[in-house]
Design a protein around this ligand. Sequence first.
Ligand code: FAD
Length: 427
Amino acid sequence: MTRIAVVGGGPSGLSLAKLLTERGARDITIFEAGPRPGGKSWTLYDGAAVAEMGTCYTTLSHWVVKRWMREKGIQLERNGRVLFDGTGFMKYVNQGGGPPFAVQALRYFWDGADLRRRLAKPNPSQDTINEAAMSILDWLRVRKLPKVELFLHRIITIMGYGFLDETPAVQAHRWCDIILFVSGALNQLHMPVEGWSEFWRRLAEDLDVRLNCPVSRIERNGDGVWLTSPEGREAFDWVVCAMPLDEFGQLVETPTDAEKFVNQSVQWQGYTTALVASDNWFEDWHVEGYSDTVVPGARLGRLVGARRETYEEELGGHLYVTGQLSRGLTQDELREIAMAELEAKGVNVTNFVLQKSWKYFAQYSMDAVRNGLLGLMRDMQGEQNTWYTGSTFSFEAVSHISNFNARLAKEMQRRSADRPATRTQPQ
Ligand SMILES: Cc1cc2nc3c(=O)[nH]c(=O)nc-3n(C[C@H](O)[C@H](O)[C@H](O)COP(=O)(O)OP(=O)(O)OC[C@H]3O[C@@H](n4cnc5c(N)ncnc54)[C@H](O)[C@@H]3O)c2cc1C
């Protein structure tokens, strides 16, 4: 039996362990540094308030997670109305020129699916790789899709996946695919009534999760892996990196060349959420976004959008979660910007309840994509008895991470079956 250590008890570590368990694996230990499972899925519970400070929506792509939500008795509530600049989102999109949106969207999805198909081949051509490395803005402009460009301001930038001139086409297409589009069109966006934290807590009950157990050192050789944590030094056959790779690289005794290359090739963006209470902000819709803060070149830190959560008298009234792209800014600076912008919008803040800054969205450098980053990330799986998951290797969304893990678990099971039965046990 293959003994597996998973470092990180966020959505990637938990979902991979659950999927491996469903495939019959029995010896998996998850090490989680913090006091609760779920990582960037974090819900604030306060009185009647259930506010998502991290992960919020499920879409039609969350099929793995939704199956577990049903199993664990988690209910989903449909998203309400979305406004952009105080008006319907499609009104904003239709300000872009050219053919009707449906025609432009078809071209976007058709060419995007073709790019992904070509990239999935064992040896994609350099032309395909160069196309994947283009900024999504250039990719759209070559195809003259101005309405899709405005559409992606909300789908990519408000969600914290970068300004369109910075995000490589490969990452934009991973996220904004036809399934996401259909999810939006049919309003198949939901949030868990009991909260994401409760979902992961229930899921973790089925698994061997050690909380408050940060891994501090990882030694590897051809035979296996040794992990040091507050519980001592233990031997495993395989280790899974389910935490940011740059931090994982600091734990391993000798990072591989591939690990070093990937680390140099990604830049973490930041996203900050704040929970504010107000007695005069919007009540008739659920989510709103602002165009002036999401166009390429806009100043970082400005409010990109807000979502209305529950009402909680004790916390000051109606609660809203705001979003800010926050790379390089301090919490104090972000709070100051948020308060100034809310004041300019005429929002009376009765309580600034909480602020959370997240290490969010590992954006690929376009040069690195051109120089083979994607192939390298595929080939390094399983090398040095190490497997990699999480947002760097799939995308910064629970849907994409768990779908990626479904394929990874299959590959790990296949390689586990191929391992020699008489191998040397790690000492
Ligand atoms: C504001 C916000 C909104 C979002 N909205 C959505 C959404 O609507 N839908 C969606 O699908 N996704 C959403 N996401 C994205 C989703 O939350 C992330 O993609 C997901 O949490 C990433 O999971 P992960 O396991 O890779 O990383 P993380 O969630 O970061 O988990 C990594 C875990 O590793 C642990 N760790 C770190 N170092 C160590 C160590 N040395 N030893 C042991 N453990 C360690 C950390 O404590 C952490 O728990 C959102 C995220 C944010 C921040």
